[in-house]
Design a binder for this molecule. Structure first.
Ligand code: SF4
Length: 464
């Protein structure tokens, strides 16, 4: 045994999205099952894992910066093992670069074989030789991996992996492979077990949850999955992300409307409001489709909150295209949006498109876009003033230890005076100060609510 690591401690740094966070919870769960404990001091820790993201090129640079820094740490902590995994490792040229240039990396594995991690780690400990093992693809999701959840009262549940859509700016289909859905029974059992363990909220994860089940039997689809999970006793809230507008069927909208546990909140990334740019992005829907879907949701789902993602400055985007995006934002009245400047992602079709947009134009457009979004968000939040809302309390406010934060069913961040005993509970909060990005409120007792514990009983905001 060339290398034996005596320190059974680990540190995981996660880059990127909720799917990666969920993978990190599994890595942590596997390590804890092996007897490892978490340690935040990188100078003392025995094992460091970087779970990487490849969605943006500057995310790659950050990862390489972190890997570079470990070289120095290894001088004072020579037993340290460095493992690197996640989406970046699904790109062969990245793995080649690591093998060639970063001898401090001991283990490399990908998104399709995280279940092999304990075996790879053990092989490394026994042989002391670098382990590089990345699967190109997989046609199944490995079940029953131990998961170390960050919160006892809420959990991520991956329902599918991969994506079939090949949006022209996106690297995900190349790194996460084709869509693979989990069997509904497995998902149901997992959620049931989570609820038995004290969890009250689940967030169903997939790159495009609306196409869940397309690779399974005829009756398996996202709408039916929501209806089935809605029957689980003591589960209070079901959330999901991410939805692709082209696959948001009437059946899904009806299921959200019918199922009391499914939150009246949808993140629906539109990316652009220009039909011409949407075509260049290969999104397979039009401006009209977006407006139609949003209207349908607002008609059918009481008090629904809708957020979105917008990319500005996609190659070839003219001022007219950008104005179309603003038009759609105003028509749909999104509660909020994640906005991105288009950035080249090597390996995607858009990276080599002509008419890349100058940075100053992108910045000007994103600022104008944010101005419109913030005004709409502010107006929508004003409708919460003096309302009583149900909040699932999550943690202590970062800015004030006497205040707690939580989310409404519509995903709004609420801040109120409370204490640690509130964490994980659903409390009723009267909103006293509705701000643009959050709502301040005061905790009230059940009697003060006139028995209204369901936020659907609140007046529907004008904007919806
Ligand atoms: S739907 Fe498009 S943006 Fe989303 S993961 Fe798939 S390719 Fe990427």
């Amino acid at each position: 045994m060339k290398h034996f690591n005596k320190k059974l401690t680990f540190f995981i740094k996660t880059f990127g999205c909720a799917m990666n966070e969920n993978d990190s919870e599994k890595l942590s769960g596997m390590l804890k099952a092996l007897g490892y404990v978490e340690e935040n001091d990188i100078n003392k820790v025995g094992l460091v894992i970087f779970n990487t993201c490849s969605i943006r090129e500057n995310a790659d640079d950050r990862v390489f910066g972190n890997i570079g820094a470990i070289k120095t740490v290894k001088k004072t902590n020579p037993d340290l093992i460095l493992a690197v995994c996640g989406c970046m490792m699904q790109q062969p040229e990245i793995v080649k670069k690591i093998v060639r240039t970063y001898p401090q990396v001991d283990l490399v594995f990908g998104t399709h074989n995280i279940h092999q991690f304990p075996e790879l780690l053990n092989n490394f400990l026994v042989n002391g030789q670098r382990m590089i093992e990345v699967w190109e693809d997989s046609d199944a999701i490995v079940e029953d991996l131990p998961t170390d959840r960050r919160y006892p009262f809420k959990a991520f549940v991956t329902i599918m992996n991969g994506c079939n859509n090949f949006c022209t700016y996106c690297i995900v289909p190349y790194t996460r492979g084709r869509e693979v859905s989990r069997q509904p029974g497995k998902i149901f059992n997992e959620v049931q077990a989570l609820v038995a363990d004290g969890c009250v909220e689940v967030t169903l994860l997939g790159q495009n949850v609306n196409s869940y089940g397309n690779d399974l039997e005829k009756d398996v689809n996202f709408a039916n999955l929501l209806r089935k999970l809605n029957t689980i006793e003591n589960l209070k809230r079901i959330r999901f992300m991410t939805s692709h507008p082209k696959d948001l069927t009437d059946a899904v909208i009806e299921a959200i409307a019918d199922c009391d546990k499914v939150c009246n909140y949808i993140h629906l990334p539109i990316q652009s409001g220009s039909t011409r740019i949407l075509k260049a992005m290969n999104r397979k829907y039009t401006q009209e489709d977006i407006i139609n879907r949003v209207q349908k949701m607002k008609d059918r789902i009481p008090d629904v909150a809708i957020t979105t993602d917008i990319i500005v400055g996609f190659p070839g985007e003219t001022e007219e295209d950008f104005m179309e995006t603003l038009k759609v934002i105003k028509a749909c009245k999104f509660d909020s949006a994640f906005t991105f400047l288009y950035s080249i992602r090597t390996g995607t079709p858009a990276a080599t498109m002509e008419n890349q947009i100058p940075e100053e134009i992108k910045h000007d457009r994103i600022n104008r876009c944010l101005e419109v979004l913030h005004q709409i968000g502010h107006d929508i939040n004003q409708n919460y003033q003096d309302r009583v809302v149900e909040v699932l309390v999550e943690e202590t406010s970062r800015n004030n230890p006497d205040r707690m934060t939580g989310r409404t069913r519509t995903g709004k961040l609420v801040i109120f005076e409370g204490d640690l005993s509130d964490i994980g509970k659903q409390v009723m909060i009267k909103i006293t100060d509705a701000k643009t990005f959050s709502l301040d409120g005061k905790k009230i007792e059940q009697e003060e609510t006139d028995g209204r514990i369901n936020p659907y009983d609140d007046p529907v905001p004008e904007n919806s």
